[in-house]
Design a protein around this ligand. Structure first.
Ligand code: SIN
Ligand code: CO
Length: 382
């Protein structure tokens, strides 16, 4: 599905990460991409992350999935079901990300889908991430408040981070196809108006400094030997032996900074780290390694390849010639024909490889490796 009359430049300049924006049905022809029953089915699956939030007289209660199949028939009153990463299971839901790819793929997290009965919602809260809330079915009243931070008072609750004094600055009823953009940390509260309310949250990610420092340091530490340590062959006499003198601090600090300052190594680590799959899904992994002759034949015939919607593809340029391709926690160094192929693999969810490349052992090797790890498959139309 396409969106029209949406000024991306204006959006990025005035709203992205700055302030909320309501976009009234910008789709060519909005169609709800997922049946509520399919969502309920996903919430019963072991490897799918889901939550059920029910409203009772005293507030909201949350239970984590997987839910028992008969759980839904026992529900009454206001409730909402939330299922994470539905784009990994439904190509139609994955298609909702496409219009938002003006934000680079590495910043995209997943599509969470909620289904609510009249009055259902998760309460006033704020998230650390940007989100486009697309109304799929039914109506939801969204109220948006000011930017919050760590000092914003929260209600004591075991599972939900609910804001104590939520005061709305914006208040809208969203109809199917309407989109609300909420930047990180802006308070928001969505309540279903009537039954059969479905909302699709296209969520983004932004690594925290703590996560980056921890991950990068841990990675670099693995490569450091025990003999790589502080040395002071030029040790001067100091007046007070109790002092850790400034030159020693300088040298210690430099040891740390040197070990962490390699930008190329950082880029390789970050690309890999960011491509790690959030949920270990193995559905696309073939039982036996793919036959390379078969790969050659299918490439020569121009059979299209599709990316697993759960896979994370990205690339980094390293120098003029080399591209590092990152897919689901694996890194492939690509030069020559492979570099062009790596860029195409990252540009869209499906591609036809130039049949002229089907004779290249390197190309076959890369495609076969991606098929074997469950990130790619030939789309033979079955
Ligand atoms: C919802 O879809 O009900 C919740 C989405 C959100 O507020 O993050
Ligand atoms: Co939220």
């Amino acid at each position: 599905m396409q969106i029209r009359d949406f000024d991306v430049d204006l959006f990025l300049r005035e709203y992205w990460q700055k302030r909320p924006l309501l976009i009234r049905n910008p789709w060519n022809a909005w169609r709800n991409p997922l049946d509520p029953d399919e969502l309920a089915g996903l919430a019963c699956e072991e490897d799918v992350e889901s939550r059920l939030v029910t409203r009772y007289a005293g507030g909201l209660a949350m239970e984590s999935g997987p839910l028992a199949e008969d759980r839904f028939s026992k529900l009454n009153g206001s409730w909402t079901l939330l299922v994470q990463a539905v784009d990994h299971h439904s190509p139609e839901v994955a298609g909702l990300i496409e219009p938002f790819r003006f934000v680079p793929d590495w910043r995209i997290d997943d599509v969470m889908v909620s289904y609510a009965t009249d009055g259902g919602g998760v309460g006033p809260h704020f998230d650390q991430y940007d989100v486009f809330l697309v109304q799929g079915l039914g109506q939801r009243r969204w109220r948006v408040g000011p930017r919050c931070d760590a000092a914003t008072p929260l209600l004591p609750h075991d599972d939900l981070r609910l804001i104590v004094d939520f005061e709305a600055t914006g208040d809208w009823i969203l109809e199917p196809g309407d989109i609300l953009y909420v930047p990180p940390c802006f308070a928001h509260d969505g309540v279903a108006v009537g039954d059969d309310c479905m909302t699709y949250s296209i969520g983004f990610r932004a690594p925290s400094r703590a996560e980056l420092v921890e991950g990068w340091c841990e990675h670099q530490v693995d490569g450091l030997g025990d003999e790589d340590r502080y040395a002071d062959p030029d040790l001067p006499i100091q007046s007070n032996p109790g002092e850790i003198a400034a030159p020693a601090i300088d040298r210690l600090h430099a040891m740390v900074m040197e070990a962490l300052s390699d930008r190329d190594a950082f880029a390789r680590w970050f690309g890999l780290h960011n491509s790690l799959p959030k949920y270990a899904e193995t559905d696309w992994r073939p039982e036996e390694a793919v036959d390379t002759q078969e790969v050659r034949g299918l490439l020569a015939q121009g059979v299209p390849l599709s990316r697993n919607p759960a896979s994370r593809f990205s690339f980094i340029r390293q120098g003029e010639q080399v591209i590092l391709l990152f897919v689901d926690g694996h890194c492939f160094d690509c030069a020559g024909d492979l570099a062009g192929l790596a860029e195409k693999l990252c540009a869209g969810s499906s591609l036809v490889v130039d049949p002229g490349l089907s004779a290249s052992a390197e190309v076959i090797g890369l495609i076969a490796a991606l098929i074997d790890q469950g990130s790619l498959a030939f789309d033979e139309g079955d």
